[in-house]
Design a protein around this ligand. Structure first.
Ligand SMILES: [Zn+2]
Length: 252
């Protein structure tokens, strides 16, 4: 009898021990799992408002480059803002069809290669033009067409973007509509209007801005300004004059 009682006590003690152990294990796992019910994500959702995406005002830095320095990729040249007659870009590089500032030459080549990949053939018709070249080009137009007409499509020497080494006239590989407004509707013109900004270029003399730019619509004349500004002008549909709060330059 005494033995049985001792046995019972031992069994009870063992059971209590097991129960205590089980309890301890249960509590341990509960505390280990607890943080997952209160994860940082859940806390953030409740406590801090979600940031509103893409609703912030444009922070484009309009002063990043000079619009007055002829060596700047943002220089604005028009009928009111001439270049000095002796200005020559320092880093001209030869490409098919002429010379451009080295960073611009690379960008034009990339642009033409990208068009080719989509079976659109583009070529450079004219690129950098010196003050002297512009003088003879302009004089020839004046002789043939009269000064009033020439001024609508040809810059007087010192006022041409071509003197900066940042501008180029492109045409179709076939020569279709070279330097004519109908270039706009050709494969090359359509492609250029849609993609030039991706390579840092703008169509400088746009259709509805002749009173601002001072030139007739030239869908073939592209001007390098870098990818950031090209995207900005493209998305806003603005000329350089409007974007930089410059006066319109319809005449000299
Ligand atoms: Zn041009």
């Amino acid at each position: 009898m005494a033995m049985t009682r001792k046995k019972t006590v031992t069994i009870v003690a063992l059971l209590i021990l097991i129960a205590l152990l089980a309890g301890a294990i249960f509590l341990f796992y509960r505390s280990a799992e607890a943080p997952s019910n209160n994860s940082p994500q859940a806390t953030q959702k409740q406590d801090s408002p979600q940031p509103t995406p893409d609703k912030q005002p444009s922070t484009f830095d309009k002063k990043r480059y000079s619009i007055d320095d002829p060596n700047s990729i943002w220089v604005v040249v028009n009928k009111q803002r001439p270049l000095l007659s002796d200005f020559v870009p320092s880093n001209l590089q030869s490409i098919q069809g002429g010379q451009l500032r080295s960073e611009v030459a690379g960008a034009v080549q990339q642009l033409i290669a990208a068009a080719n990949k989509e079976n659109v053939s583009l070529r450079t018709i004219s690129a950098y033009r010196s003050f002297a070249t512009q003088q003879s080009t302009y004089n020839n137009y004046v002789k043939a067409d009269g000064q009033a007409n020439a001024d609508t499509y040809s810059a007087r020497p010192g006022h041409s973007e071509h003197q900066t080494g940042l501008a180029a006239d492109l045409g179709n590989g076939s020569g279709q509509c070279d330097l004519e407004v109908c270039f706009e509707t050709t494969a090359g013109g359509t492609w250029l209007a849609k993609n030039a900004h991706t390579y840092g270029f703008i169509i400088r003399y746009t259709k509805n801005d002749t009173a601002t730019t001072g030139y007739q619509y030239e869908p073939w004349h592209i001007r390098y300004v870098g990818v950031d500004l090209a995207n900005e002008l493209y998305s806003k549909g603005q000329t350089m004059e409007t974007f930089f709060d410059l006066p319109a330059a319809p005449t000299y």
